[in-house]
Design a protein around this ligand. Structure first.
Ligand SMILES: Cc1ncc(COP(=O)(O)O)c(C=O)c1O
Length: 952
């Protein structure tokens, strides 16, 4: 009989998280003549980097236990009705969107839509997002999307500098801008060398290259932007407006008042506040700015049949291509949240949005009347926010007794109280608000007829918006449900099969890890709620920080950066601040290996650093001689080296410790990009290797789903000497650090941090380590099985790869004309998402299976790749002309198969059912191969006419 201890299944989750069973692991290990995972580790990892102890992450718990424990933590949060505003507002997530999008792995486990043919669903919704932003802001072009409103404003500042006509160096920020936006802009401006000046919006100084104004202002007032625009334009500058999409349904949009760039957050379009995020920010611009605008832009193009097809446009301006000359370092952004906001706009349509906006404005007008009646003096112009001077202490006590938060001024503004209403406010809520503010009970409905109008006539919106049929076609819940499902079905996600994208770590996003994200205790928390109300979050974040510090071998962690690239920026910022504090402010050279991810040089450039490229040797390792030469040459000005470990070539470099020592000898700091932490957790630690700072992509190693291109979180770990320079926050300080904010909210996208918390808690120390070991096993298994057909480009000791491998397509391409892209598209016919294409080496495919893929799935992928290899062989042998090969026509669609004529050199079956697996289950690409060039030559980022789709 088994003992009770053996029946408790406390480690059950580890077995669920891992793809191969114990027996399969043994079978796979036997391929290498190995008997255990430890043996695999011992023969793969360099001894010098090994961590031999146990992580302090507990023993792992059951899923039921983990949820129960987390619920107890969540309940320590007190969710008040928060009317704090400042960029974050209560909203109702339409349940049809909540369940079918936010809580749906079909939407949240997809990757960034690089493979357009199997991403048409979210590309369409992202195009809807752009259309929503364009319509509401009155601008001709929008992106989709950015990390948050504050960083969007900072991006707009650099866009204005890059594309504007002014030669000036002053960036002027109106004093009506949200405090966190101002702070992020100031942080960002410092290393670009811009002179940020703050003042009255009407007092724009001469020579400013850009002016940032909030509309409506942070305290509620509505400024007429037109005269400001005139003045800014007269001196060749650009007017940047941070605006509110809901207000834009009623007020004249910024684009009609002369704005050149409009930024903001789409949070209040049905995305929970989530203690600061994740939410999608947007950046819209006038024509002429588009080719240097930051972030992803979805464009309309054509497929091989000439049908309308969508894709990500103008990618050549992104950091993957332009590196330190890129327009920004934005990579992972907030695609899932942009999709949610767009779905909200589709569901409500123009009249729905207008009604919501009118209700919010009417409630605010009634509040204005009640406050005036009580002898207070709120602002005369407003959309949803009123500010009064009053006895803040008394009001605050009354409000908090009712479970209500207002925004309270600080310092010389300590007697200011601001109230921002939102779509969740009912007449009963308003009655409580009025009582908290005035001490009097009021009949809200009786005051309705005397409601004040806060929008002056000349600022009332006259123009139509959301006129495209998509915004009026799916208004019933059935209609919406089906639209969401149709789009979901066009997209390949982890619910369909493996997404073996190297460097992206598309592992399991376990259901248990995802469940708390939509708990109200996490979702409905305002980021600037008093800390006494956020104790549950504090406990969770504190524990997560301790775990991450232990896992990385660092002394301190900042949870503020919203993406890996944002983490890079924050890490380099800490380095520069540290060096300045130690009289080393002149150090500004950043060494970066040629193989680095494009965000590395782009982030270094944003920190005002001079990027010096270090060569890689024939084995893909950092070229030691070149590194030594560069470090010596730049010794006096050396600020940092950025490396990725294991390298982006998928190998554990043996001499990485020497590399770190060398940089330290020259007075530099080592930034270790943690995107590949999936090959380190429990086996090694960046801090142990000798680096000073790293970001972690929680959306890779720590199970946050990719959301079709975000959200993500890029916390950084640092050694003790850098800890005093981690980012802080102007509204809710998190430390004594003098370093400014890098994100709008103090903990970035806090509401997705429970995912990583649960990931660590569920697996515990043993499960975390084992996950890394199985990631190595899966990758090496694939490498071994494919190596006879495709050369494995780089290997480490004992011919092993780390957690991913690169297969070299260049020799085949030379011989047959078949490209890595042809293989990527043909894999779709076999029911797979392609590996990473041409990164870090052009002409290659980088495969990362992760530990979560079952052996059966690995074998299915291997079979597909081997069969594709045979198809290439036919071309090499001359039995099939390259142009006639299914590889060149891939992917194949249902339309191909039903075409009356079939004049291809292969059968319909070979086209769409190339292996036996498709007989059982088939994923259909929605369109044929998308024409990238056409889309960029004929740039269009708005929703195309419906007939274009019907004609398809
Ligand atoms: C090696 C490496 N560094 C940095 C990044 C940037 O991370 P993020 O996309 O979260 O900004 C990535 C993302 O793919 C990466 O692979």
């Amino acid at each position: 009989m088994k003992a009770l201890q053996d029946l408790l299944q406390t480690n059950d989750f580890t077995a669920r998280h891992l793809g191969p069973s114990e027996a399969e692991q043994a079978e796979m290990l036997a391929e290498f003549g190995l008997k255990s995972l430890d043996e695999l580790t011992d023969t793969t990892l360099p001894a010098a980097i090994r961590f031999e102890g146990d992580l302090n992450a507990g023993d792992g718990v059951t899923e039921a236990q983990a949820l129960a424990d987390l619920k107890a933590l969540a309940e320590q949060n007190k969710v008040f009705r928060s009317y704090i505003g400042t960029g974050y507002y209560g909203t109702h997530v339409p349940p049809v969107i909540l369940r079918n999008m936010l809580e749906n792995p079909g939407w949240y486990t997809a990757y960034t839509p690089y493979q357009a043919e199997i991403s048409q669903g979210r590309l369409e919704m992202l195009l809807n997002f752009q259309q929503t932003v364009m319509d509401l802001t009155g601008m001709p072009i929008s992106n989709a999307s950015l990390l948050d409103e504050a960083t969007a404003a900072a991006e707009a500042m650099t866009l204005a500098k890059r594309s504007g006509k002014s030669k000036g160096n002053v960036f002027y920020v109106a004093d009506n801008v949200h405090p966190q936006t101002l702070n992020v802009v100031q942080t960002r401006a410092e290393y670009f060398g811009f002179d940020v000046q703050v003042g009255d919006a009407d007092q724009v100084p001469e020579g400013a290259f850009g002016v940032l104004v909030q509309y409506p202002g942070t305290h509620g007032q509505l400024l007429d932007l037109a005269p400001i625009a005139e003045k800014v334009h007269a001196q060749g500058g650009a007017l940047i407006v941070a605006t509110d999409l809901l207000a834009s349904a009623l007020v004249k949009p910024a684009g009609e008042l002369g704005a050149d760039i409009v930024v903001g957050s789409a949070q209040r379009l049905g995305v929970p506040m989530g203690f600061g995020g994740p939410h999608a920010a947007f950046l819209a611009c006038q024509k002429g700015f588009e080719r240097s605008m930051p972030g992803r832009v979805i464009g309309v193009s054509k497929d091989a049949r000439g049908n309308t097809a969508l894709r990500m446009a103008m990618q050549t301006r992104e950091q993957h291509i332009r590196r330190e000359k890129a327009t920004s370092n934005i990579c992972t952004a907030q695609a899932l949240l942009a999709n949610m906001a767009a779905a909200y706009a589709v569901y409500h349509g123009a009249d729905g949005l207008r009604t919501i906006a009118e209700r919010v404005h009417r409630l605010t007008g009634i509040l204005a009347r009640a406050l005036t009646n009580a002898g207070l003096t709120p602002n005369e112009t407003f959309f949803d926010t009123l500010t009064v001077q009053g006895d803040a202490a008394t009001i605050r006590a009354r409000a908090e007794a009712k479970g209500i938060n207002f925004r309270y001024g600080t310092g010389t503004q300590a007697d200011l109280i601001s109230i921002s209403l939102d779509e969740t406010v009912t007449p009963a809520d308003l009655s409580d608000v009025i009582e908290a503010l005035t001490g009097e009970k009021t009949d809200v409905l009786a005051l309705d007829a005397q409601a004040m109008d806060g929008i002056p006539d000349h600022l009332k919106r006259q123009s139509e918006f959301l006129t495209h049929p998509v915004f009026s076609s799916h208004r019933s819940e059935h209609g919406m449900l089906r639209y969401l499902k149709q789009l979901e079905n066009r997209d390949y996600s982890l619910v369909h099969g493996m997404i073996p994208l190297g460097s992206c770590t598309m592992k399991l996003n376990a259901t248990t890890e995802m469940i708390p994200v939509t708990w109200p205790e996490f979702g409905n928390m305002h980021p600037f709620a008093p800390t006494t109300q956020t104790q549950g979050y504090a406990a969770l974040l504190g524990e997560l920080e301790r775990w991450l510090a232990d896992i990385t071998g660092y002394e301190a962690v900042s949870l503020q950066p919203n993406s890996g690239a944002s983490g890079e920026y924050a890490g380099l910022l800490a380095i520069r601040k540290y060096q300045e504090a130690n009289g080393q402010g002149h150090r500004n050279v950043c060494l970066i290996p040629a193989s680095a991810h494009g965000t590395n040089p782009a982030s270094a450039a944003m920190m005002g650093m001079q990027v010096v490229v270090v060569k890689t040797d024939a084995n893909g390792n950092i070229d030691w001689d070149d590194l030594k030469a560069q470090a010596e040459k730049h010794s006096e000005h050396l600020s940092a080296l950025m490396i990725t470990y294991p390298s982006t070539h998928g190998v554990y470099e043996e001499n990485v410790k020497d590399v770190c020592d060398l940089i330290h000898q020259h007075g530099g700091q080592v930034y270790l990009d943690g995107a590949n932490m999936n090959a380190q957790v429990g086996l090694s630690k960046p801090g142990l290797i000798g680096s000073d700072v790293s970001h972690l992509n929680l959306h890779k190693t720590f199970a946050i789903p990719h959301g079709g291109g975000g959200p993500g979180m890029g916390p950084i770990g640092v050694k003790a000497h850098l800890a005093p320079y981690l980012p802080n926050h102007p509204v809710i300080p998190t430390s004594d650090s003098q370093t400014g904010a890098v994100s709008a909210a103090q903990y970035g996208s806090a509401s997705i941090l429970p995912i990583s918390y649960l990931y660590i808690k569920l697996l515990g120390a043993h499960g975390l380590r084992k996950s890394t070991q199985v990631a190595l096993l899966n990758a090496n298994y694939i490498a071994k099985k494919l190596s006879g057909a495709y050369p494995i480009l780089y290997k480490g000791r004992n011919d092993r790869v780390a957690h991913e491998c690169i297969i070299d397509i260049r020799p085949l391409k030379q011989d047959s004309g078949i490209t890595e892209e042809d293989i990527a598209k043909r894999l779709m016919d076999y029911g797979f998402h392609a590996p990473t294409m041409s990164f870090p080496v052009p002409g290659t495919l980088m495969i990362e299976p992760t530990e979560s893929e079952p052996k059966a799935e690995l074998d299915r992928f291997i079979d597909a790749m081997l069969q594709i290899r045979r198809e290439i062989q036919e071309v090499q042998d001359g039995t099939m002309a390259a142009g006639d090969s299914p590889l060149k026509h891939a992917p194949h669609t249902q339309t191909d198969l039903i075409a009356p004529e079939w004049n291809r050199a292969y059968s319909r079956e070979t086209a769409a059912y190339p292996s036996r697996y498709q007989k059982n289950w088939k994923f259909w690409p929605a369109v044929n191969r998308v024409d990238n060039v056409y889309g960029d030559r004929n740039f269009m980022c708005a929703c195309p006419p419906v007939e274009d789709y019907i004609g398809a």
